[in-house]
Design a protein around this ligand. Structure first.
Ligand SMILES: [Zn+2]
Length: 199
């Protein structure tokens, strides 16, 4: 379950982005797609800790970032950092939280009794495996899960085209280039050490 997170969350971001634009004139929905990957970083950290035999300050296991505490903590950290660089605190927090929730829903959809999403309030594990994840596409995705995601993305494109007359697939792709240019600019300024340019 890797590619699917991107596809499913891209579908969600398309619709959320439209609602955001309508009410605020801003569209930070690309953050949904970035942050939706975040919960699985617990797997990367867990593997590094196991490989290096690390247990300090705490042992991180896969699943540890799949709960409401992580959602709030990392969304807060993202909002605190990105609000320093011109993004609105609430935009970042909301989009990060949606990215996390999208990830949780996607895992719940494909895995059976997988994670304690409501930890520490409840230890109960949730997961329905409505379309079970098989990882049969080079371990990066399950073909059936991915196909369902593509259908969902096509539906989201349809919804966006129907309700947002100005939106086209081309303009959407171009908007991601804008995000890329901004990230490149911030990276260059930060690396040059001249943070006054960020204002
Ligand atoms: Zn996950």
């Amino acid at each position: 379950m890797f590619l699917e997170h991107l596809i499913y969350s891209a579908a969600i971001a398309l619709v959320v982005g439209m609602i955001f634009m309508h009410y605020t004139g801003r569209n930070p929905s690309w953050l949904i797609i970035v942050m939706t990957i975040f919960p699985d970083i617990d797997l990367v950290i867990s593997r590094i800790m196991t490989a290096c035999n690390l247990s300090y300050p705490v042992i991180i296991n896969h699943g540890d970032f799949h709960n409401l505490i992580s959602l709030m903590f990392f969304s807060l950290v993202a909002a605190l950092i990105l609000s320093r660089y011109g993004m609105k605190f609430t935009d970042v927090f909301i989009c990060s939280a949606i990215g996390f929730i999208a990830h949780f829903l996607e895992d719940w959809f494909v895995y059976l009794d997988c994670y304690s999403f409501f930890y520490p309030w409840s230890l109960r594990v949730y997961g329905l495996a409505i379309i079970p994840e098989t990882g049969d596409l080079l371990g990066l995705a399950g073909v059936r899960v991915l196909l369902f995601g593509v259908v969902l993305l096509a539906l989201a494109v349809g919804v966006r085209m129907y309700f947002d007359g100005k939106w086209t697939i081309q303009s959407h792709i171009m908007s991601y280039f804008d995000v890329g240019r901004s990230v490149k600019y911030y990276a260059e300024v930060l690396l040059s050490g001249n943070s006054e340019k960020l204002e």
